[in-house]
Write a protein that binds this ligand. Structure first.
Ligand code: AMP
Ligand code: MG
Length: 423
């Protein structure tokens, strides 16, 4: 973690902060952790690549056949009439380059086998006619083939010395295929972030414990663990903190010594807020941002020594959204990834609503396929931001900009599928 004090960067006067500015402020000041380690390719899904992977040789290394068929030289072929060639040898996948390319002849060749030098075109076996003659087997190649047909050129995937994968990406299974194609068995990655999560609230109890009147089961911890894990970070679930400034202070102070980020949820209601902020202000610095988004409550950002602190709202729907909007960019940027806004798509609205200008709204959206195959997005039927079931039934968020005051039925709206957040 960068040792610089983020205090000033996180400071913001009490005015409403537009969503875009909040994001800009966060991603601008954060720099990736600078600790690296070597990771074996087979364990690398979800790791963040710290150095580019280059191709030490052409990929593919040699020009090879894309099909099972017959290779020949286009110079000997007649594209108008086709041609009858004697078959003089076989090239199987895995063979060396010892195969010879005799003029006016063809060679039996299989998918992936190197095309002998002197030949550059392959015909599919399905398209030829085999003819037995007193001079041996011949192959009748039909008219109409193009020079270089059915051949994969050396280096057509990646040229020798070129970049197979740029650094700063979270590795997917398909990325591992690309790295493997270069021959590398291990790669340089950033050390995964260590994140601690805390739930807060005297009313919050852990699932698995007997229910008591007035309590609520902790939904945020399980959700945040999963969300953090999806960013590639390690997550320690450090339990529920009571609404008590001294206990909060002790727990956060301890966790800050062994983690890169503390993620809390709850404690932002009037009254509770004071002692969360009080505890954090004693330990380091914390700033409250009132961000102009709905649903959302104030979010807090701070620093305890070299550890960052992010305070999410307690309401699980708001905690989910705020994590995706602000927690994910913070974690991905610190982890060494280049943060990209989630992909959004224009989808036709199936609803009407009016909206207050000046704040950005994220509605839970449910997709619906119509009979003609067109897709509509509907607003989740009930509005309450306390409805956790809305998160399991929705397909993503409908995003309405600050200046939107009305959504008409049939109008195109921005839709961010949960998949865009990697969920
Ligand atoms: P707070 O931000 O602490 O004022 O909490 C707002 C609402 O979210 C209250 O109804 C809390 O009971 C609820 N809440 C807070 N934390 C959790 C949690 N971990 N799981 C479920 N609900 C929570
Ligand atoms: Mg609370």
């Amino acid at each position: 973690m960068d040792k610089k004090n983020l205090n000033d960067c996180f400071a913001h006067d009490g005015t409403m902060l537009p969503h875009g500015e909040a994001l800009e402020k966060l991603t601008r000041v954060l720099t990736p952790i600078n600790e690296r380690r070597t990771v074996a390719l087979e364990n690398a899904v979800g790791e963040v690549l710290a150095a580019p992977v280059l191709a030490p040789r052409n990929i593919p290394a040699h020009t090879n056949s894309a099909v099972d068929g017959y290779g020949f030289s286009y110079a000997d072929y007649d594209p108008q009439a086709g041609k009858l060639f004697p078959v003089t040898g076989v090239m199987a996948a895995g063979s060396g380059l010892e195969g010879t390319a005799k003029r006016a002849c063809a060679i039996r060749i299989f998918t992936g086998a190197p095309v002998p030098e002197g030949y550059e075109t392959v015909v599919m076996q399905e398209d030829v006619e085999l003819v037995s003659t007193s001079e041996g087997d011949k192959v009748k190649i039909p008219a109409g083939l193009k020079r270089g047909a059915n051949v994969r050129l050396a280096g057509e995937d990646v040229r020798e010395g070129a970049t197979v994968l740029a650094a700063n990406r979270c590795l997917s299974p398909q990325d591992l295929a690309a790295i493997a194609s270069s021959g590398a068995a291990s790669i340089e990655c950033y050390r995964p972030l260590k994140v601690a999560i805390f739930s807060t609230g005297d009313e919050v109890i852990r699932p698995g414990t007997p229910f008591e009147h007035g309590k609520v089961y902790d939904s945020n911890a399980a959700m945040l663990r999963g969300l953090v894990a999806k960013t590639g970070a390690f997550c320690d679930d450090l339990g529920v903190l009571p609404d008590d400034a001294a206990l909060i202070e002790a727990a956060l102070s301890k966790a800050a010594q062994t983690h890169d980020i503390l993620l809390t949820s709850g404690g932002v209601s009037v009254g509770e807020l004071d002692f969360v902020l009080e505890a954090l202000n004693k330990l380091g610095s914390v700033h409250l941002w009132k961000i102009a988004v709905k649903p959302g409550r104030p979010m807090s950002f701070g620093q305890i020594g070299n550890c960052l602190m992010l305070g999410l709202p307690g309401n699980p729907v708001a905690a989910f959204l705020c994590f995706l909007l602000y927690g994910q960019p913070v974690l991905t940027t610190l982890s060494g990834q280049k943060w990209q806004p989630p992909m959004r798509y224009k989808v036709r609205s199936g609803f009407f609503m009016s909206k207050k200008p000046g704040r950005r709204e994220f509605l839970r959206g449910v997709l619906e396929y119509q009979q003609d195959g067109q897709m509509l997005v509907n607003k989740y039927a009930r509005d309450g931001s306390g409805l956790i079931s809305s998160l399991t039934e929705a397909d993503g968020f409908i995003e309405l900009d600050e200046d939107v005051v009305e959504v008409k039925q049939g109008e195109l709206v921005d839709f961010i599928p949960f998949g865009s957040f990697g969920l």
